[in-house]
Design a protein around this ligand. Structure first.
Ligand code: AMP
Ligand code: MG
Length: 347
C-alpha cells in the first residue's frame, strides 16, 4: 500500500514553496514518532536553526521510545504495573502525559479513550496483524467493552497511580504525536525561534509568520490521490486529521481501520476523515480522533465540549460536514463535487 502520510507531506511542501526574498528558510527532515518529521524554520540564523532541529530530533526519538504502548519504555512498563493492580510510581516523565490524556478523555465524553490499548491490540494494530481474512474473537471484544476501561479508573495521588480496572492499558497513539509537537514548538521557542512549522506526517503546528504571507495547508482526498481543499493559517495554529485510510485491512470487502469506538469495540464506521484546526496540537490530535468516533450525528456536541472551533468531517457517504467558521477558512479544489452540510456555529 502506498504510504498516505508521505503524499500529504509532499503536497504541503509544494504549498509552502516560496517566501519573501529576504527571509532565511531552514528545512530538515527525519524519521521519528513512526513518521516523517519535517521542521521548517523561517527568518532565523541558519546555525541556530540547525542546532535547534538537531535537538528536536533527539528529543522526539526519546519521546517515541518512552511513549510507545507495546515496545519497551516508560509507557510499556507503566502498563505492566497497571496490570498488577497495586499502587506504584511510574516514570515521572510520563505523568503529565497521562494526566493530560485523562483530561481530554473526560472532555470528549470518553470517545477519545487512551486506555483501550487491549482493544486496539485485539484488532491487530499493535504491529500484530490478524491472519488475513480474519477478525478478532467477538467474545473477546464484548468482554473488553463490558469492562469499559476509562481514564477515571486510574487515580493519581501525587506521583502514585492506582488502577481499579484490569482492562485498562494505555495507548497514546491518538494524541502523543500532538503532545510531542507541542513540546517541540516549546523547545524551538526556547531557542528564540518564532516562525516555524513542525509537520509530522501531515499533522502539524505552525507558529509565527512566513514572510508577509499565510501558510496554505493542503488537506488530502481521503479516497484518492490529490488534495480536497486547503486552509490558510498563520500565528499559532495546529491542523490534525484522523482518517480511516491510515491503517486498515479488509475482510469480505469491508474496511476495518485503527480508530475504535470504545462503546462498541469495533472501528467507528460512520466517518472517513476528520480535520481539526486548533491552537495547540495536543488537543487537536485528541479531538480529531474523538470527533471521528462521534461521527456525523454527534460531532458538534463533542466539538463544543472539547472547545474546538474549526472542524471538517467527511462521513461514510462522502458528505462533507463543517461549521460555518471552518467554511469561511477553507478553499475547496474546483473539482470537488461532494455535498457540503453546514452545522450550527460551534460557539
Ligand atoms: P489518530 O490517528 O490520531 O486518530 O489515532 C489513532 C490511534 O489511536 C490508533 O492507532 C490507536 O492506537 C489509538 N486509538 C484507536 N481508537 C481510539 C480511541 N477511540 N481513543 C483513543 N485512542 C484510540
Ligand atoms: Mg488523533
Amino acid at each position: 500500500m502506498r504510504h498516505p502520510q508521505l503524499s500529504i507531506i509532499i503536497l504541503l511542501t509544494a504549498f509552502l514553496g516560496g517566501c519573501s526574498s529576504t527571509e532565511t528558510v531552514f528545512h530538515e527532515r527525519f524519521f521519528a514518532l513512526g513518521t516523517l518529521i519535517e521542521v521548517s524554520i523561517y527568518g532565523a540564523d541558519p546555525t541556530l536553526a540547525a542546532r535547534a532541529s538537531e535537538q528536536l530530533e533527539q528529543e522526539l526519538l526519546t519521546m517515541q521510545s518512552s511513549w510507545h504502548a507495546w515496545q519497551p519504555g516508560a509507557l510499556a512498563s507503566t502498563n505492566e504495573q497497571l496490570a498488577g493492580m497495586q499502587p506504584f510510581t511510574p516514570d515521572p516523565s510520563i505523568l503529565p502525559l497521562l494526566q493530560e490524556a485523562g483530561h481530554l478523555s473526560q472532555l470528549s465524553r470518553g470517545l477519545f479513550n487512551p486506555v483501550i490499548g487491549k482493544l486496539v491490540a485485539l484488532w491487530g494494530f499493535h504491529d500484530n496483524p490478524l491472519p488475513v481474512g480474519t477478525l478478532p474473537d467477538t467474545d473477546a471484544i464484548a468482554t473488553l467493552v463490558a469492562q469499559a476501561p476509562a481514564t477515571d479508573d486510574v487515580s493519581f495521588t501525587g506521583t502514585r497511580l492506582v488502577n481499579r480496572n484490569p482492562a485498562v492499558s494505555y495507548d497514546l497513539g491518538a494524541f502523543a504525536k500532538g503532545y510531542a509537537i507541542d513540546r517541540a514548538i516549546e523547545r524551538l521557542r526556547e531557542f528564540g525561534i518564532e516562525n516555524a512549522i513542525v509537520n509530522a506526517g501531515g499533522d502539524l503546528r505552525a507558529i509565527g509568520q512566513h514572510g508577509d504571507r499565510s501558510w496554505r495547508i493542503g488537506i488530502r482526498q481521503p479516497r484518492q490521490s490529490g488534495i480536497l481543499a486547503s486552509i490558510e493559517i498563520d500565528g499559532d495554529t495546529s491542523v490534525f486529521t484522523s482518517g480511516d485510510y491510515e491503517r486498515f485491512f479488509e475482510v469480505d470487502g469491508k474496511r476495518y481501520h485503527h480508530i475504535i469506538d470504545p462503546r462498541s469495540g469495533y472501528p467507528a464506521d460512520q466517518t472517513i476523515s476528520v480535520t481539526v484546526v486548533h491552537d495547540n496540537a495536543t488537543t487537536a490530535d485528541a479531538a480529531a480522533t474523538a470527533l471521528f468516533v462521534a461521527g456525523p450525528e454527534d460531532w458538534v456536541e463533542i466539538a463544543r465540549s472539547m472547545h474546538i472551533g474549526l472542524v471538517m468531517l467527511i462521513d461514510a457517504n462522502g458528505v462533507i460536514h463543517m461549521n460555518p467558521a471552518m467554511q469561511s477558512r477553507i478553499r475547496f479544489e474546483p473539482d470537488n463535487t461532494a455535498e457540503i452540510r453546514l452545522s450550527e456555529p460551534l460557539s
